[in-house]
Design a protein around this ligand. Structure first.
Ligand SMILES: NC(=O)c1ccc[n+]([C@@H]2O[C@H](COP(=O)([O-])OP(=O)(O)OC[C@H]3O[C@@H](n4cnc5c(N)ncnc54)[C@H](O)[C@@H]3O)[C@@H](O)[C@H]2O)c1
Length: 433
């Protein structure tokens, strides 16, 4: 199959490289010329484990190429994927569909012969109808079908998630499009991956339902952590105790500073808006959004309390800034709320993140350090914000010697409280006595 991928970001680049690895011929297109230039030089513009090797191999074997010009690739494609961003629209929280609409208008002028236009971006119910209408208006003659195929990959584990997904969801009523989609994903038959064919609207909603449910699950355990702190219970054991129940499942039950990232915040908000407009309010999700916002804001207070209440003149070493480990993505990272709040309370912040380039652009007044020990030096406390592997096995004696006072606030629960105390730290974590 010949594939054109419009949008070469976290999703487009990974999906394009994986489809190429499946044996298809893929052109990844982006209007950001500097991104395409870097890719053509063999550089990967994002941090995603394994992606450099996968891209290099498929480029080398002639199945993957990059372009800023969509004309040739779209004209030849069996399937054109739209994988552009759908951020929150400023002001009202609806998904901003301007990039999707622009991509549809561009594709319309270029498709040639029967073409499947696949929306991989996360889009509200009914967007497929809009994409179809945009193309139909411009090209009443064109032979095409618009399909919804939401992406469920996680940054940091994206290649494995794409190649070994729990399921693939394809929304279409068109038999020819269904055959093209089945052929694209045929390599997954080997692992007997369920491919769920639904109508387009169902597929669009399934993506939001999945993200809203996961955000709700995280928020649930975060609330349990609050209860644990008040009542002397241990949230990690509560999580294990409920997670072993198959009806609940153990994943997404790690208490922390509140969810962030490029998807959950904007997708929960967009679902809230879409559902309200349809007169079917999703109150659990509305509440989840509110609790999570409040939680991220409350974290600076928690840190201040652990440091005795006063932050003026104090130095805080922050370990980890990205919204989760193994990515450089800072979109809606809790650090973007927590670090400025600590600064506003008078603290000096020095920080280290293994992929902190984007954070350095976004956070003002922070002293960026070159390693965890530098970030701990002369600190009155360290705060673990992202659970990068390299923070899990720190030389704690060295950390303690470097610090001005041995206070650790671990918002990811990566260290055992008893051990930290026996080593002489004043240790605070989330939902654990
Ligand atoms: N990042 C994730 O983990 C993830 C997971 C699942 C789904 N999604 C969804 O996938 C979509 C893309 O997310 P992302 O994280 O890859 O975004 P991103 O911002 O990393 O990438 C989007 C890319 O599209 C390009 N673009 C925009 N308009 C274009 C056009 N008309 N022609 C060519 N290129 C264009 C941008 O320059 C950018 O490089 C979003 O809807 C998101 O919700 C993201």
């Amino acid at each position: 199959m010949r594939v054109a991928m419009i949008g070469t970001g976290y999703v487009g680049l990974v999906s394009g490289a994986c489809f190429a690895d499946f044996g298809h011929t893929v052109t990844c297109i982006d209007k950001d010329a500097s991104k395409i230039e870097r890719l053509e030089r063999g550089e990967i513009p994002i941090f995603e484990p394994g992606l450099d090797e996968l891209v290099a191999r498929n480029v080398g074997e002639g199945r993957l190429s990059f372009s800023t010009d969509s004309a040739e690739a779209v004209g030849e494609a069996d399937a054109v994927f739209i994988a552009v961003g759908t951020p929150s629209r400023r002001g009202d929280g609806h998904a901003d569909l301007s990039y999707v609409h622009a991509a549809a208008a561009e594709i319309a002028g270029l498709i040639n012969g029967f073409t499947v236009v696949v929306t991989k971006s996360t889009v509200p119910v009914g967007t497929g109808d809009e994409v179809e209408a945009i193309i139909r208006e411009k090209r009443p003659d064109a032979e095409f079908a618009v399909v919804s195929n939401p992406e469920f990959l996680r940054e940091g584990a994206a290649i494995n998630d794409f190649k070994r997904p729990d399921r693939v969801v394809v929304g279409t009523d068109d038999e020819r499009a269904r055959a093209v989609m089945a052929e694209l994903y045929r390599p997954l038959n080997l692992n007997e991956t369920p491919i769920l064919f639904t109508n387009r609207r169902t597929s669009e909603l399934t993506k939001y339902a999945a993200n809203a449910f996961l955000a709700m699950k995280i928020t649930f355990i975060n609330e349990m952590a609050e209860v644990c702190e008040k009542l002397g219970a241990d949230v990690q054991q509560v999580a294990r105790g409920i997670g072993l129940d198959n009806r609940i499942g153990a994943k997404f039950l790690h208490a922390g500073p509140g969810y962030g990232g490029s998807c959950f915040p904007k997708d929960t908000l967009a679902l809230v808006r879409t559902a309200a407009d349809a007169d079917a309010p999703v109150r659990l999700v509305e509440t989840t959004v509110q609790i999570n916002e409040a939680r991220k804001k409350a974290m600076a207070g928690k840190i201040a309390r652990a440091m005795g209440g006063e932050l003026k003149g104090k130095t805080i070493g922050v370990l980890g800034l990205t919204f989760k480990p193994n990515t450089d993505d800072m979109r809606d990272a809790p650090a973007l709320d927590i670090v400025p709040a600590l600064q506003a309370m008078g603290a000096q912040v020095q920080a280290y993140d293994p992929q902190g380039q984007e954070a350095e652009r976004l956070l003002e007044g922070v002293a960026f350090k070159s390693g965890p020990y530098d970030a701990a030096e002369h600190a009155d406390a360290i705060v673990i914000l992202t659970e990068w592997d390299q923070f899990r096995a720190l030389d704690l004696d060295r950390v303690k010697l470097l610090m001005r006072s041995p206070v650790v606030i671990d918002l990811r629960n990566i260290y055992p409280p008893a051990e930290m105390r026996s080593r002489g730290f004043r240790y605070t974590s989330v939902g654990r006595p």
